[in-house]
Design a protein around this ligand. Structure first.
Ligand SMILES: Nc1ncnc2c1ncn2[C@@H]1O[C@H](COP(=O)(O)OP(=O)(O)OP(=O)(O)O)[C@@H](O)[C@H]1O
Ligand SMILES: O=C(O)c1ccc[n+]([C@@H]2O[C@H](COP(=O)([O-])O)[C@@H](O)[C@H]2O)c1
Length: 194
């Protein structure tokens, strides 16, 4: 059966309720049937700072999604080599799961820089993109405006960042409502980000 899966890429250091709200909105209000959180070991364009080990970030995504049937973690990039270009991961996933139809989920902030991604034209030829609103500066390049493969989904705006969560934990603040309960308990018991 041809299943429509949305892929949500990120470092998820840690996964927070902003990520979950977007993924849940996609499976409930778009034609995507599942969302897979693809935990990237290191983002190709970002420097790593206080990045927890892959298996801890995977464990947190697992804990955050285990009660949601349509949301799943994916560690597919752990088996690949850096740099973790999304076009390569998509090719790998398409070969491994030929019965599925994969789409990308990204915020308006990321679509504004999408023309700098490796082989972005190849991605657009083969995959649909589901874009959600995000407060950010800059513009979408003309070629990507009204593109037939780019679908805008009116998901809620949740301006929470993982870096704010890490910084706040280091400062001893209580940010418990910004995380799933099991994720907060894991971070607290492991003393992460202190
Ligand atoms: N509050 C949010 N609402 C919607 N999308 C988000 C939110 N926070 C992050 N994202 C997006 O989710 C994806 C995965 O996030 P990722 O964990 O890589 O980054 P982040 O949460 O911005 O973390 P950091 O602050 O460490 O850079 C990215 O595409 C990012 O732009
Ligand atoms: O393939 C690329 O060229 C590429 C460039 C930048 C980002 N990405 C993917 O997008 C994800 C989110 O990116 P970032 O930089 O917002 O953390 C990251 O985890 C990668 O999977 C991919």
């Amino acid at each position: 059966m041809n299943k429509k899966i949305g892929l949500y890429f990120g470092t998820f250091n840690p996964i927070h309720i902003g990520h979950l709200a977007i993924a849940n909105h996609m499976v409930e209000f778009s034609d995507l049937e599942e969302v897979w959180f693809v935990i990237t070991p290191v983002s190709p364009f970002k420097k790593k700072s206080s990045l927890l080990d892959n298996h801890h970030r995977l464990e947190m995504v697992y804990k955050a999604t285990e009660d949601y049937e349509k949301l799943k973690p994916s560690d597919i990039e752990f088996k690949m080599e850096p740099p973790y270009y999304t076009v390569n991961t998509l090719a790998y996933l398409e070969e491994k799961y030929p019965e599925n139809q994969f789409a990308l989920i990204m915020g308006e902030d990321n679509i504004k820089g999408f023309h700098k991604w490796k082989n972005y034209e190849v991605i657009l030829e083969r995959n649909n993109l589901y874009v959600y609103p995000r407060i950010s500066s800059g513009n979408i390049v003309d070629d990507l405006k009204n593109h037939p493969k780019i679908h805008h989904v009116d998901a809620p705006i949740m301006e929470i960042s993982a870096s704010f969560i890490r910084k706040s934990i280091a400062e001893g603040k209580n940010i418990r409502p910004l995380l799933s309960e099991k994720v907060w308990e894991y971070i607290d018991s492991m003393n992460f980000y202190k």
